[in-house]
Design a protein around this ligand. Structure first.
Ligand code: TYM
Length: 331
């Protein structure tokens, strides 16, 4: 059976980008067709300045939202990365497989380290090694497919390179995974700056729809989205990035084709109104279930405990075999 792994890092409140780019497909497709694991990858949240209490809060919230969105523990494994030691055990072996040069070429590292330096912050070493830990997350489960948004493609490519290199040097140990992406909305853009990604850790929330925003806030943010010069509604990322972003969001929410939708509108206003309503309706049931689950944190913790146990039992033999293959004495 196909094995799927993916994760969300608790560095901020989850966004519409996380939902359309990843979570929604995990719920609607992936958990039904494969042996799937979905993780709150909390160790990744420590790679930038963080407040311990906030990371704890956001981790719990991310797990609750994943369940509220419809991940079903009877169908898939939901767990917190730091509860399963195999990830960090394997990460070290992969650090001994990766090179300094290939890690420094990672776009996210370049962007995030430049931003940190520009604001006078130090850059944590783990920001550089981050994609190696991500590779360990994936390879520890002999994963076939990694459903992610477009921004993670390069990290999954690196994971493939590390798996191939390790297998070639030390004997076949890992499955070489591949990234899968949603047909539309693989890169949802910021509503105020449609040339940059809608990301949970951006400073201002005006261009970001958070999954737990109330209905009014969602409507306002979408109605105030920056659009492009001219009046024609066209699906064209370069010439009309703002309108194209709205078309992609609407297409994803309504399972339509963005190009076709473009032909159905003759004003930006109508497009914004329909997009706002579609997003509100899409998020409504999740917000209601989140409220109920958040009031029952014991049951969420129980799911995470059982998920970690299951994940550990899957990862342990794989990581043990990597330890042996690379030349370490069995304990
Ligand atoms: P993270 O937490 O930034 O995002 C979680 C998932 O949401 C997708 N995503 C988006 N998709 C479309 N448009 C957007 N604006 C948008 N923003 C985020 C991401 O592509 C991702 O699929 N490094 C990963 C977490 C991770 C991981 C893993 C993922 C750690 N280990 C192993 C897969 C497998 C990250 O930072 O995702």
């Amino acid at each position: 059976m196909t094995r799927i792994f993916s994760g969300i890092k608790p560095t901020g409140h989850l966004t519409l980008g996380n939902y359309l780019g990843a979570l929604r497909r995990w719920v609607e497709v992936d958990q039904h067709r494969a042996d799937a694991l979905f993780s709150v990858v909390d160790l990744h949240a420590l790679t930038v300045e963080h407040d311990p209490a906030r990371v704890r809060r956001l981790s719990r919230q991310a797990a609750t939202l994943m369940l509220a969105a419809g991940l079903d523990p009877a169908l898939c494994t939901v767990f917190v990365q730091s509860h399963v030691d195999e990830h960090t055990r394997l990460s070290y072996l992969l650090e001994c497989t990766a090179t300094d040069g290939e890690l420094r070429r990672m776009i996210q590292y370049k962007e995030k380290s430049a931003r940190a330096r520009a604001s006078g912050e130090s850059v944590r070493f783990s920001l550089l090694s981050y994609p190696v830990l991500m590779a360990a997350d994936i390879l520890a489960y002999r994963t076939d497919e990694v459903p992610v948004g477009e921004d993670q493609t390069q990290h999954v490519e690196l994971t493939r390179d590390l798996a191939l290199r390790f297998n070639q040097r030390y004997g076949h140990t890992f499955t070489v995974p591949r990234a899968t992406r949603p047909p539309v909305a693989a890169r949802v853009m910021d509503l105020q700056d449609p040339t940059s990604k809608m990301g949970k850790s951006h400073d201002s929330g005006a261009g970001i729809v958070y999954l737990l925003d109330d209905t009014d806030a969602v409507r306002k943010k979408i109605m105030r989205a920056v659009t492009d010069s001219g009046r024609e509604v066209a699906y064209d990322r370069d010439a009309k990035p703002g309108v194209t972003n709205l078309l992609e969001i609407l297409a994803a929410c309504t399972d339509r084709d963005p190009q076709e939708l473009a032909g159905a509108y003759d004003s930006y206003g109508a497009l914004k109104r329909d997009t706002a309503e579609a997003v509100v309706e899409l998020l409504r049931p999740m917000r209601a279930r989140h409220a109920a689950l958040a009031a029952d944190s014991d049951s969420v913790e129980q799911v995470l405990r059982e998920g970690a146990e299951r994940a550990r039992s899957m990862a342990r033999p794989v990581v043990d075999s990597a330890f042996r293959a690379i030349g370490l004495l069995p304990a």
